[in-house]
Design a protein around this ligand. Structure first.
Ligand SMILES: Cc1ncc(COP(=O)(O)O)c(C=O)c1O
Length: 407
């Protein structure tokens, strides 16, 4: 039955697309791991979560990793870490700078945590935060920068860290699209106070839903563990957090406010198996991306993101921008690809201020973001599953070539 299920895994997508956005990257190993948790009646957060956290921290080369139930939850906890008692690093109303092109929960999270978000334009050449606009946007109220390495392209950390140092800004990273990407030989996620990762279906590894926060500060990791689960003391090194008095039962000892954003053991089991497969996935993604981008590099009308000299991206997907000289619009090419069986998406949320939800928040309603507009109006991406076969990549390129042939 299991083998039959495995063979069906990648047929779960609608047949409409021969080049889908994502393909299942899990197999019998992950399914057996999940069954093992169910059959041993250990489904809520337990040893497998702790083991996955340790393995992930080792992979990331950081001291601690705290697993949560999604990448958005990782963004949320990181944000609340900044403003929560005891000894919050930031005060309500302090300003946090975030690029205008990202996944929206990266922006909603600090707003929910009481911070004022100031959006920064992006450089359409890299899709990442514009250093010039970042420098312009830093004010006396700025206290933190929340970066994102969009679709796997590492930000230019040299310039960013210099600015952050000069103005005393905390740096946190959203690495939800960038697992394994490096800048200057260091994995992204190690450049600030903490970093968020996502293990959603289409990401570098999947735990169905799931996420992780990494940090190099064990005390912060414990504070994240407290915020992750009710504000209670379990799963925390007792030597680092003062417990209540003798009257309080340690099993129900609450030392802070908190959420319940815990993952399940099934998710952690998936994570352990997926992490073992990650080097192979990364290698395959690299090969496919090189083939695709070498085609784009020779294209008259299309371009792809520039990578900083110190950057080594592990692309999550394959982003493309229409050059200014292109005699067609984004919709023309994406409609052609969609009707030919290639699934496409805009570059994440585009210019976030143009999303209807932005109107609900005063700080997101104003400002001009010409770089983000270019990404919004001229950008799209296609998927990059490690399970894409060479023949499918060739067919994708032929399909693009056939469209270009019209012009
Ligand atoms: C940059 C970025 N941040 C956060 C998230 C949220 O992750 P999740 O879907 O696991 O909640 C995503 C999801 O795609 C993302 O791309």
């Amino acid at each position: 039955m299991l083998l039959e299920a495995h063979s069906r895994i990648n047929e779960a997508k609608p047949v409409k697309y021969w080049y889908p956005l994502s393909m299942a990257s899990y197999g019998v190993e992950e399914i057996l791991e999940a069954l093992d948790s169910m059959c041993s009646f250990r489904t809520s957060m337990w040893e497998k979560t702790a083991e996955f956290e340790r393995s992930f921290a080792k992979y990331q080369n950081c001291s601690d990793a705290v697993m949560v139930n999604s990448g958005s939850s990782a963004d949320l906890l990181l944000s609340f870490l900044l403003t929560s008692p005891p000894s919050p690093r930031l005060e309500r109303g302090d300003e946090i700078l975030i690029p205008a092109v990202t996944w929206p929960t990266q922006v909603w999270s600090p707003i929910m945590a009481g911070l004022r978000v100031s959006l920064v334009d992006v450089d359409p050449d890299t899709l990442n935060i514009s250093l010039q606009d970042l420098e312009r946007k830093i004010t006396d109220s700025s206290r933190a920068i929340f970066l994102v390495h969009l679709l796997g392209n590492p930000c230019d950390m040299g310039g960013i860290l210099e600015l952050a140092g000069k103005h005393g800004l905390i740096v946190i990273e959203d690495c939800c699209e960038a697992l394994g990407s490096e800048w200057n030989g260091v994995k992204v996620g190690n450049f600030g106070l903490g970093a968020a990762f996502s293990f959603f279906f289409s990401h570098h590894i999947t735990t169905m839903e799931g996420g992780m926060i990494t940090t190099n500060d064990p005390e912060l990791a414990d504070r994240l563990r407290i915020l992750r689960a009710h504000g209670w003391l379990r799963n925390v090194d007792p030597s680092r957090v003062p417990a209540g008095d003798d009257e309080t039962d340690a099993r129900y000892s609450f030392v802070n406010w908190g959420f319940n954003l815990r993952p399940t053991e099934l998710q952690a089991g998936f994570g352990l198996q997926q992490l073992a497969k990650l080097p192979e996935f990364t290698g395959r993604r690299g090969k496919l991306a090189s083939r695709f981008f070498s085609y784009i590099d020779g294209s008259r009308f299309l371009s792809r993101p520039a990578v900083s000299a110190s950057g080594r991206p592990v692309w999550m997907a394959l982003p493309v921008l229409l050059k200014e000289c292109a005699p067609f619009r984004r919709h023309d090419i994406t409609a052609y690809l969609e009707s030919s069986g290639v699934e496409t998406r805009p570059i994440v949320a585009g210019n976030l201020t143009r999303q209807p939800a932005a109107r609900l928040f005063e700080s997101l309603r104003t400002g001009s973001f010409p770089g983000a507009d270019v990404v919004h109006d001229r950008g799209f991406y296609v998927g990059l599953s490690p399970f894409v076969e060479d023949a499918a990549m060739d067919r994708l390129i032929e399909c693009l070539e056939a469209f270009m042939g019209r012009y």
